[in-house]
Design a protein around this ligand. Sequence first.
Ligand SMILES: [Fe+2]
Ligand SMILES: [Fe+2]
Length: 350
Amino acid sequence: MTYIRSVGSTSTLGKQSAAQVLRSLNGRIAVQVSRPGFIGLQRHFTTSRTTMIKEFFPKPDSPSIRVTEAAWPHPVYTTEQMNQVVVAHRNAKNWSDWVALSMARILRFGLDLATGYRHDPKLPAATQDGSKAVVPKTFMTERKWLIRCLFLESVAGVPGMVAGMLRHLHSMRRMKRDNGWIETLLEESYNERLHLLVFLKCSEPGWFMRLMVLGAQGVFFNAMFISYLMSPRTCHRFVGYLEEEAVLTYTRMIKDIEDGKLPMFAKMRAPDIGVHYYNMPEGQRSFKELLYYIRADESKHREVNHTLANLDQKNDPNPYVSEYKDESKPHPTKDISQQRPKGWEREDVI
Ligand SMILES: [Fe+2]
Ligand SMILES: [Fe+2]
């Protein structure tokens, strides 16, 4: 069964959140569902007019190539490990931590404002069959969740790339070893970009959203560039705090789905790009299950960056790619078999 639900918007440019402005600028919003079981490659939410929708990432014209694998294969996460991911906060212990925490809170506030994010745990759940959920307009609807995820992931891939690039240049310029940090940082930004690609397969951003992403990337890249040159330790702590917020956001999103507040998300299956990247097992390929993988990734970034912030930035090797003399002792790993939400202390890993 195919149907299109259109929502008209009459809001004006006044005292509104950016999300409301976005809605009014883009006019009618089309939500398409082709069948309850969900279609992998089709847009479900869009801020573009229906006539402007086009397929993202069309297959390249390369008849000799069968498949192009991910350069960094994703580590295997088990369901049990992903369920162990928890919301956590590392207390600020010195001035550098306080600067990082303040900056993360400011960014979170700006992001909440830009994406119209407002979470209410008391939001009424859906009716029994999930078909007629009554969701107040001001709270997190499925469309607002997708706008938030798109915006969040579009900036999340910046810090790892800036840090990796600067350490790469530093190593060449100063003719010094990097001790294995660069690859982990670049892999983190690659992983964040994959998150973005996954959400792009579920929604189509309009021109206003694209403009916001463009501006945010320009500002954030340059701010990170300058900041990392001044204090890499503070930058890693800042990313650690940002990732704490990302874990919280995805935990709330998953909870809203499980509470029946987002009935369409509950029916959606994961886009193919996510299924391949995470190697999701047959029968466990729903959108909600994909969010468990993404949340686990964010928890890994949280741990990695808090750990890196605890190390000597110039001399310590990266514990996430190191082999330990005593492998029986707990130590950092690339997967989530050893989870330390607040990061590893230097004396435990070096
Ligand atoms: Fe992410
Ligand atoms: Fe992240």
